[in-house]
Ligand binder design. Structure first.
Ligand code: GAP
Length: 515
């Protein structure tokens, strides 16, 4: 299926099956704000759980925190967000649409990359087994030309962003001939800066000093609590503090469903290390986080590393784990080496010491920080887009095929783990099924359903990604067996009722995902 079609179908599927709804939909929605329905909440909770267990429970030296969303306003002065948390924006005068200027150039770069890939694919087909990709890349004139253009534009973008040179960025947009995807014109305004933080007032009297911000990242709650946590948990460096919570950004471009939201959830871990060891830990966390993604079992081709062209104001080194979304490779998670930027600034602005006494060195210092930061909602979108399949399957009619939509979710993330389905709603089958359901529901999230044909019920469970279905039929009454149906293969096994709980437990054992 073409990628834009996949994305459109996925968005529709999310609404139809109770994963994600536009916020305040009866009032025509609110830009880039979304609500989660029952299946969406379950999926989100499961992803959060997978992250929390992998980061906090599996690592003896990582502990949790849940800091408030509101923080003292000086936190955001010290963190640099008041002065530097800005995006370059540009408007198109014809469509009246607003864009992030750097994103327009990045999308242009992606299109160049896609052109190169197409040339290579064409050549691969032409030459068949004799095709040598490295040689082709080195010698083909068209590829050489595209590569040179790619490098030049990338270099100019990096220079413009590093120097905050918005004139140069505007010139680059002109030179690349970038047109507005809506109006198709090049009638652009100048590039301007835009701060992404939402401000509000604390208390009844408004004034400059009462301005508080909705946090744009959860990390600062960890930094200001660094010593509280270290002392109460009696942690020795290196150690980490993990947190999951809401963050808010007044995003300029917010047109990609739950990819870029104005209210979203982050799962962040700040790892405090001895200065001089940060590069080691930065590399280590890059590998560990990539392994976390790959353990879910989707093709490795969905993931790649990408170094940041422009470092955030706090970062010394930074890269993204990018995911191949239906609209191309985009950032899913960031790994940042933040040095002592945050702790030193909080020390300066608060006048309080934020130092760690290292018993091994017999000395105190401000630790360096390596951060892993992933958007929970973005992870929901990544998982859904990799899991969504439309496939042809045989029907009950001889030789006939039908399309089934199935979410091939990792079992541990599926909103519902087991569907318990009596074949018909009579002959004692509902009673036998309820008995099984009442025991299973104490173990995992199950769904009981007796309405409709069994085929339709299977399709509905496939569509929400339920990995297992237990079907109770007449044979169950006579020999105490049921069928266990597997979502992906649609294969069915006959198993004894007394084995159901153990089998379900084995299939959903967390150890398979955490080890
Ligand atoms: N504390 C570091 C930090 O916030 P970031 O790269 O700005 O770094 C980290 O954000 C992650 O948060 C991103 O990789 C992305 O998954 C998620 N994220 C950022 N902005 C988002 C938005 N507007 N909507 C959804 N997720 C977002």
């Amino acid at each position: 299926m073409a990628a834009p079609d996949l994305f459109r179908d996925l968005v529709a599927h999310c609404k139809e099956y109770g994963f994600v709804f536009p916020s305040s939909e009866i009032y025509d929605g609110l830009g880039a704000v979304y609500d989660y329905g029952h299946n969406g909440v379950e999926l989100k909770n499961n992803i959060r759980d997978y992250w929390w267990r992998s980061m906090v429970h599996v690592h003896e030296n990582i502990v949790g925190l849940d800091a408030a969303i509101f923080m003292h306003p000086t936190v955001w002065k010290a963190s640099g967000h008041v002065d530097a948390f800005q995006d370059p924006l540009i408007d198109n005068r014809d469509s009246k649409k607003r864009y992030r200027a750097d994103t327009l150039v990045e999308d242009f770069l992606t299109r160049l990359e896609e052109k190169m890939e197409k040339e290579i694919e064409r050549a691969r087909k032409r030459f068949g087994e004799r095709f040598d990709e490295a040689f082709f890349r080195k010698t083909n004139a068209r590829i050489q030309e595209l590569e040179q253009q790619l490098n030049t534009v990338r270099q100019r973008l990096q220079e413009a962003l590093e120097a905050n040179d918005w004139g140069a960025l505007r010139q680059l947009i002109d030179d690349c001939g970038i047109v507005d995807p809506v109006s198709g014109t090049r009638n652009w305004t100048e590039v301007r800066q835009f701060n992404l933080m939402f401000a509000t007032q604390l208390g009844a009297v408004s004034g400059e000093s009462d301005t508080v911000y909705l946090r744009p990242e959860t990390a600062q709650g960890i930094y200001v609590n660094f010593l509280n946590v270290q002392k109460t948990s009696r942690l020795k460096i290196p150690f980490g503090i993990a947190q999951v919570g809401k963050a808010f950004r007044n995003e300029i471009v917010a047109r990609q469903f739950i990819f870029r939201m104005r209210e979203f959830e982050q799962m962040e871990m700040q790892f405090f290390v001895r200065p001089g060891t940060e590069q080691y830990w930065y590399e280590e966390w890059k590998q560990r986080r990539m392994a976390w993604h790959r353990r879910l079992g989707f093709s490795h081709e969905y993931y790649r590393f990408k170094d940041h062209l422009k470092l955030a104001h706090y970062a010394k080194a930074a890269c993204d784990i990018e995911f191949r979304f239906p609209f191309g490779y985009k950032e899913l998670e960031g790994i940042h080496s933040r040095g002592d930027y945050d702790l030193s600034n909080h020390q300066k602005y608060s006048g309080k010491k934020l130092q760690y006494f290292d018993p091994d060195l017999g000395d105190s210092y401000v630790p360096y920080v390596v951060e892993t930061s992933i958007g929970l909602d973005r992870m929901v979108l990544a998982v859904l887009s990799a899991a969504y399949c439309e496939e042809e399957v045989p029907t009950a009619e001889e030789g006939e095929q039908a399309t089934r939509v199935v979410l091939k979710l990792p079992a541990i993330l599926a909103p519902v783990k087991v569907a318990v389905l009596p074949l018909v709603a009579r002959d004692g089958l509902p009673e036998a099924a309820r008995k099984i359901f009442d025991r299973l529901k104490l173990m995992v999230h199950c769904h009981y359903e007796e309405k409709d044909t069994i085929g339709r019920r299977y399709r509905r469970q496939d569509a929400i990604g339920t990995p297992f279905a237990i079907t109770i039929d007449q044979q169950t009454i006579s020999d105490e067996t049921v069928t266990l149906r597997y979502r992906d293969t649609m294969h069915q096994d006959r198993i004894p009722v007394r084995a159901v709980e153990q089998i379900v437990q084995e299939k959903l054992d967390w150890r398979q995902w955490l080890a």
